[in-house]
Design a protein around this ligand. Structure first.
Ligand SMILES: [Zn+2]
Length: 246
């Protein structure tokens, strides 16, 4: 739709693995030209350092410091580097719990790592956390607790819709293309306050940042708004999440 030519600068992708695309530099240049903001999440502090270097010349691409134990062979070996780097950035992610595993020792280690990250992040008010919660929503929310002072972004949330009722106002959901189509995703979108919605692609594994327009179009019709109004609402939500003045 032609409308997106002027609205593309309102597209913000708060969860994308940009470094995992084929030819990430060329793709980043394309996104920068369209003024699409992308948070490029990482799964380890080493990957954060390399993303920071790869995208250093781009103002629309923001690397996040990640530590995602279920994706790593020896998760604790990343601890020192993660905490050495945590003061460099407000963007933290991808972090969180994945309970696809039944191994209780593995789940416990994931919780320990997540608790360390949340505790350290709670020392300042400005951290923005992008959190993986697959099959683990209750434990994830219990660890974060109701008084976390920064911003929580639940990425591709697929847990109980009821847990999304009356979420504290510093919590946001980053909604993607899969969530607008799935039955549970639609139930979640009924519960969540539109003021707490952000968008993501989870690219390249799910979608591409520019296709977030499809998500916004779907949210606009759900909320009975024009596409401009929905894009504007999500844009404002994003700046509130980031504690930016608009
Ligand atoms: Zn991800």
């Amino acid at each position: 739709m032609a409308i997106w030519q002027k609205l593309s600068e309102k597209i913000i992708d708060t969860h994308c693995h940009l470094q995992d695309f084929d030819n990430p530099l060329a793709y980043a240049a394309e996104l920068e030209q369209k003024k699409i903001h992308v948070h490029t999440v990482t799964i380890s502090p080493g990957q954060y350092l390399s993303s920071k270097d790869t995208f250093k010349d781009f103002s629309y691409i923001s690397p996040a410091l990640g530590w995602l134990p279920f994706m790593l062979k020896d998760p604790l070996s990343h601890k020192d580097l993660f905490f050495d780097l945590i003061d460099q950035t407000t963007l933290i992610g991808e972090i969180g719990l994945d309970y696809k595993t039944d191994d209780e020792a593995d789940r416990k280690l994931q919780r320990q790592i997540f608790e360390m990250i949340v505790d350290k992040s709670a020392e300042t008010k400005n951290k923005v956390l992008s959190i993986h919660t697959r099959c683990s929503a209750e434990d994830t929310l219990a660890i974060i607790g109701p008084t976390f002072p920064g911003t929580i972004i639940l990425h591709w949330y697929s847990g109980s819709p009821l847990l999304m009722k009356d979420l504290p106002e510093n919590y946001f959901l980053s909604v993607n293309n899969a969530m607008i189509k799935s039955r549970n995703g639609k139930e979640i979108l009924k519960e969540i306050n539109p003021q707490q919605v952000l968008t993501e692609s989870d690219g390249p594994y799910l979608d591409k940042p520019e296709n977030i327009k499809v998500v916004i179009e779907s949210l606009a019709s759900r909320w009975d708004m024009s596409i401009e109004e929905a894009a504007d609402l999500i844009y404002k939500n994003y700046h509130r999440a980031m504690k930016n003045e608009l």
